[in-house]
Structure formats: structure tokens, C-alpha cells
Design a protein around this ligand. Structure first.
Ligand code: AHM
Ligand code: MG
Length: 336
């Protein structure tokens, strides 16, 4: 690890310089997004003070209505990104329809998809939460972006990232050239390179799943989890269980320590709970770039052709060997 201090903005610009013909527009998108993230972080870090400073939904001392944090985060990203001239359209997990750029602002060639505050049910317990984003090139010709711009398959992403607001706040991103992590130094308000070229271990010894849903899983998932719980020192079993219930935090741990995170479909929710466009695709891009894998059980997440903006997908993601073994159980190819 070098001892040079590299801000995320410097890293993004240096990355773009590697590509001949780059205009700097793409760097500008990531730079604007980083600003929105800092605004969200500022509010998230004060979340426990809401009852002192003002109750959600009521007016605060300045006469502003105090917003729910997920609504605040959604608006913070939209407002930071709508006037830069680099995006043609956005879509957010919080909004049914695509988010158009206002008529009086220029439209650019990029598309931004985001989950503004993932795991927001954890806020009141001061548990880590996150923001997830994906960037695509537009497929429509010009003017306003369209739904088709926002429903491209994951392999078309040109960048993806997440922020985890945890014991420290970190931003992790990829532009298809490895995965890099930056830790926020709150005293100077800058994200500094702390985790260069993250590689997920080929195999881990942690599984992460909401086991309360066990009775609703299909046989393949049940057998796989039971297999991980059996003792076999040769394959590092039993695995440890870890489940935060904030996907960004669970995936961040999986990226650093290895293992598998799964949110399968079940008898109540055949497609599971997680969203393809806002959660599975960006995290799959990052995991693959770090040497891991992500599947819906049948196919690679990044190859799924989306049919709707908010569609859900089962997700099996993490170390390459763990995901491969999980898929064998799901497809019942192994007789155990
Ligand atoms: P959200 O987008 O409404 O916050 O829901 C997504 C979250 C993920 O962060 C997490 O992995 C999952 O929901 C947890 O779901 P469950 O409580 O069913 O285990
Ligand atoms: Mg979410």
C-alpha cells in the first residue's frame, strides 16, 4: 500500500486519463455524486438527534419540515445530479417512474440509477446503512432519457459503487478496472484511498442470509445451508453466520472477508426481496471486478435482461467457489 494521500476525486480523474479521448464528463458525474454522498452522510451521522432537533414530519426550529432520511437522501442525490449536464435520466428505488432532468437543464450521455438509503429500517438502531449506485451510457439518441435507458442489462454498467455509513464511512467503486475503497476523513470532508484494488478471497468461511425465512426456502437452499453448518475441517466448516440486514454492510464484509451472501426466492416471494437494477446489478459488477461472482441461481446476474425497472431477483453473491457450490445445490446436481 502506498503512503500517498489520494482523494477519490484525484483517483477518478487519474482513472479517466487512462482512456484516450475521455472528455472529463464521466469524472464530473462521479464528482457530483460524491458531493451528494457527503450531504447524506452529514444527515445520517445526526440521525440519533432527530428527536432532539425535530420530529420527522414536523417542522424543525427553522420552519422546515424534517424529512425521513430515505426521502432526504433521494432528494439530495437528485438535486446534486439534475443540473450538471452529464445525465439524461435517473431512476431511484424510491420512485415508481424514471426521474427526468428538468426541461431547462442540458441533457448528457449518462444514466444514473440509485438506491438512496439501503437498509433504512436499521437507522433507529444505529446499524450501518448504505447508498448504492450504477451508471450506464444512454441508448436513446438525444434529448430526454427514456425507460429503455434505465432498463439495460447489468453487463452494460460503466461504473457502480456503494457507500457504507458505518463505524467509518466508506465509498467503494469500480469503473471496470478493479475495485477501490475510500474512507471518509470527517475532519477534512474528503474520501481518501484506503483499500486499493480489493480482491475477494476465492473461498470464505462466512454465510450471510436471513435464516428466519428457512421454512419458506426450497430444498436446495436448505441443504446448502445445512451443508455449511456441518463440521469438516478440510473445507473450513462449519461456516460462521453473520447477518446485519443492511445489504451494503453485509456485501462489504463479504467483499473483504469472503464467503457468501444470499437472498433467495421462497414460497412467499419467489423472486426474493432485492431489486435487480438498484441492488443486485451494481453489487454484482463490484463483486465480479473483485474476483467474485453473483448469480440469480440460474444465470449470472449481469446477464439478466430486465423487463421492469423495479423487478426483484434472487441473489447469491460472494467468493467465486462459494457461489459455484451454492449453485450446484440449487440445481440439485450434487447428491448429498
Ligand atoms: P430496503 O431497500 O427497503 O432497505 O430493503 C433492502 C434491505 C437490504 O439492505 C437487506 O439485505 C434486506 O433488505 C434485509 O431484508 P430482511 O429483513 O428480509 O432480511
Ligand atoms: Mg434497498
Amino acid at each position: 500500500m502506498s503512503n500517498k494521500v489520494i482523494t477519490i476525486e484525484r483517483h477518478i480523474i487519474d482513472g479517466e486519463r487512462q482512456h484516450p479521448g475521455a472528455t472529463g464528463n464521466f469524472s464530473a458525474v462521479l464528482r457530483d455524486l460524491t458531493l451528494a454522498i457527503k450531504v447524506i452522510w452529514r444527515e445520517v451521522s445526526k440521525a440519533g438527534l432527530v428527536n432532539i432537533l425535530g420530529v420527522v414530519g414536523k417542522e424543525n426550529i427553522h420552519g422546515d419540515v424534517v424529512k425521513k432520511l430515505d426521502v432526504f437522501a433521494d432528494e439530495a442525490i437528485y438535486k446534486a445530479m439534475d443540473h450538471g449536464g452529464h445525465l439524461c435520466v435517473m431512476a431511484s428505488e424510491e420512485n415508481e417512474d424514471v426521474l427526468h432532468i428538468p426541461d431547462d437543464y442540458p441533457k448528457g450521455k449518462y444514466v444514473l440509477l440509485f438506491d438512496p438509503l439501503d437498509g433504512s429500517s436499521n437507522i433507529d438502531a444505529n446499524v450501518s446503512i448504505g447508498t448504492i449506485f450504477s451508471i450506464y451510457r444512454r441508448v436513446s439518441n438525444s434529448g430526454k432519457g427514456t425507460l429503455a435507458d434505465c432498463t439495460q442489462p447489468g453487463y452494460k454498467q460503466i461504473a457502480a459503487g456503494y457507500v457504507v455509513y458505518g463505524s467509518s464511512t466508506m465509498m467503494v467503486y469500480t469503473t471496470g478496472d478493479g475495485v477501490h475503497g475510500f474512507t471518509l476523513d470527517p475532519s477534512i470532508g474528503e474520501f481518501l484511498l484506503s483499500h486499493e484494488n480489493i480482491r475477494v478471497p476465492k473461498r470464505g468461511r462466512i454465510y450471510s442470509v436471513n435464516e428466519g425465512n428457512y421454512r419458506y426456502w426450497d430444498e436446495g437452499v436448505k441443504k446448502y445451508i445445512k451443508y455449511l453448518q456441518e463440521e469438516d475441517k478440510g473445507t473450513s466448516r462449519p461456516y460462521s453466520a453473520r447477518y446485519i440486514g443492511s445489504m451494503v454492510a453485509d456485501i462489504h464484509r463479504t467483499l473483504l472477508y469472503g464467503g457468501i451472501f444470499l437472498y433467495p426466492g421462497d414460497t412467499r416471494y419467489p423472486k426474493g426481496k432485492l431489486r435487480l437494477m438498484y441492488e443486485a446489478n451494481p453489487l454484482a459488477f463490484i463483486m465480479e471486478q473483485a474476483g467474485g461472482a453473483a448469480s440469480n441461481g440460474d444465470q449470472r446476474i449481469l446477464d439478466v435482461i430486465p423487463s421492469t425497472l423495479h423487478q426483484k431477483t434472487p441473489l447469491f453473491i460472494g467468493s467465486e467457489e462459494d457461489v459455484a457450490l451454492c449453485k450446484e445445490f440449487l440445481q440439485a446436481r450434487t447428491a448429498r
